[in-house]
Every structure is written in C-alpha cells, then in structure tokens.
Design a protein. Sequence first.
Length: 460
Amino acid sequence: MRLLGALGRPSLARRLVLLAVGWSLAALVVSAAVLALLFQQAALQRVDQTLGELIDNLLSNSTVDGGQVFAPALTDERALRAFSGRYWTIAAPTADGKVRPLVRSYSLFDSALPTPPDLVARFKAAPGKAVAYDTRGPLDEPLRARAVYAELHGVPVIFLAAEERSTINRAVRNFVAWTAGAFALLGAGLVAAIIIQVRVGLRPVYDLQREVAAVRRGKAERLEEAYPIELTPLADELNALLAHNQEVVERQRTHVGNLAHALKTPISVMLTEAGQRPGPLAEVVSRQAETMRQQVDHHLRRARAAARTQGQGERTSVAEILDELARTLDRIFRDKGVEIDWDAADDLFFLGERQDLLEIAGNAMENACKWGKSRVRVRAAANGPDRFRLTVEDDGPGLPPDRRDEVVRRGARLDENAPGSGLGLSIIDELGRAYGGVLKLGDSSLGGLRLEIDLPQAAA
C-alpha cells in the first residue's frame, strides 16, 4: 500500500497514521477501562446502599434485654430463605479483637458470615465509619458485605449485612463486553478516519511528487499546480531551482559553442596554411591539426551531452529519428544498395535531446551501412519501465572479439584506409555513458556486427 510505504524506513504518511492510531487506541483502551471501573463502582455503591438500609433497619429495631440482644422481625423474604444470597448477622466484639455472632438471619442457616480479621481494629481506627468488604458466602458464592459498629444501651454491637454479588459481576462483564465491542467499532472508525485524513492531508505532497516526476521525465518544464500555503514556498523554490539549472545549462552551451569557434578557427587556419606549403613539416602540421580538430569535436560533444543530461528533460520520438536517419542513409549509400530495415514503437520516446539521439543512432547506423554488404537491421524496444535498447546489426565482415574494445577507444578505426575519423563508436559510447548506458558489441544473426546500447526512456 502506498500510504504505508515500503518495508524499511517508514514514510511520513505511515508515521502519521501509526502515531495517530497509537494515541487513539491508547485513549480508547484507557477510556474503556475507566468506564468499566466506574460502572463497577456505581453498582457496588447501589449494593452498599441497600446493605446500609438493611443495617439501619436492624439497628433501629433491635432491642437489648438483660444484656441480650434481640433482632427485629424483619419482613425481608430473601433473608428468611436458606442460602438465598442475602444475609445478616448481629455480633459482638470480643476482648481479643474478634467477632462473636449473637443473632443471624435464617438465610445463613447454621453458617457464619465471614468477617475480616482486623474488623474490630478498623472500627477503633475510624469510629462511626462503616466498613465494606468482599468475602465468600456459605456456598462459596462471592459476597459484598457491610459492617457497622454501634452501642445499644451501652452494649457494643456489630451489625453485618451481605449480598451476593454474582449479579453485579455478571452485569459488569456484560457492560465490559458491550463497551469493548462499541469501542472496537469506534476504534475501527477512527483508524479509517485517520487514514482518510492523512491521505487527504498529504494529497498535495503526492501531487507535488507527481509534478516533479513529470518534470524529470520531460513531460513538463515547471510546477504549475496551486498548492496549500504550507507547500507553496517549496514549489516556488523548486521552480526557481529548475530555472537556475536551465540557465546554467544554457550558459554551458554558450561557453561550449564559444570554445568550439575559438578553437576551430585557428585549427582551420593551420590546416589551410599547411595545405599551401607542401613538405614534411606541412604534413605533420596537417595530421596533428586534423587530430586536434577531431579531439575538439569529440570532447565538446561530450561536454554538451553531460550538460544536457543534468538539465531539463526532453522527449524525442525514437521512430521519427530512425525514419529520418534511414531516409538520409538510403540516399548516401544508394550506389551500394544497402537496405535499412528499422522498427520502433510510435509511443517510444528518448529522455534527452534530439541531437544526442541523432548522434548515437546516426553513427551506429552509418557504421553499419559502411561495413554491411547489403542489409542493416535497426530495432528500438523498451527494456524496463524507464529504459529502452537500441540495436543495430549488419551483414558485413563483423569484428573479432579481441578488437571490440580497441575500436571503441577514441579515434580507433577498423581500417585505416576507410574514410572517416574513427570516432563513430567512441561518440556512441561517450554519449551513451552520459545517459547511463554502455555500448556492447557482439555477433549479429545477419553475420556481421551487432551494436547494443541502453538509453533512458521517457513516459509516453
């Protein structure tokens, strides 16, 4: 998923989503726990209130006669049924800090209501304050108990009442289950809302990425979309950077052109003077001056290519270039009768300047026409999402493997008696490397030389 990004270093969107989801889920879990605790406390408070009312009835209606405590005749039916879940006891504290039952409800039958071992001490520490605690009943059922200390006509008495809390526990569990389900749905909704919010919030960033990619692929010259105020300065800076790079490239081209004119004029003068004064010295000057001109052309061409590859991307139709070159070479090699068979998709585009593709394909096809007997085959096809491969083959004599590296070097020639400077393959190699490609020579199925080079492909 694009939003979550690739494995490894997390994307900004992924970080935002994980952070927001983490905090939201933590808040939901804490909220659910607090709600469950509050619900449990509220339920226990209601039970404590009921037990307090029962103890108040016992306290207000109990009597003492001759030092003996008598319980009132209560009408609570649950307390009259054995092990009904509602129990009460009237007890007296002993000298050793324990509790001795005096009167108990019928519901306890012959059992005793458990009390904490420090109950008497707790009454002494907080006089007049009721003590609530949890214990187990005669059938080992969970109980909620409440104890109150009082004196009836000078007799110390402890009133105890208990209620089975299984119903409370069940209600709390149901509440927790329903709350967990509701909060789970709420959490899923929050996660979905966070993801949508992050995607919508980061959409201008994705739009900026697509525009920059379009500029890099040569489909646009600058960023044109309107961005939020937070991204507008970044878009302006990127446009300024693009304009600056284009200015640098244009300035480089100007310098290259000036240098070419500055060097070619003296070299032409030297060649002209040497041609008018025959002799050994003139021959040396002519040969070296011609070599200088070739090297100047070669290095200036390489400098221009390097400057262009760092500048604004352009799209050049490969099919148009091959068609133009095939027509031109057909006329040049008409007497030789070379047939040029070329093929390239109409939607195949070179990511670079037209002149550079003309140099690369032109030198390759001219070299094939020069050495081929009667047939030249040219193919251009995609070789991945952003590269394409140009292949040129001929039916000529071919080239031994041990000489293939030699002919790529500057000025090396297959035949010293053949016309040309010997820079054709070197130009292809240098321009190809400037665009990230490597020239490969091999054997053609036609019987001659096979030339391959990978070049950048622009989006259709």
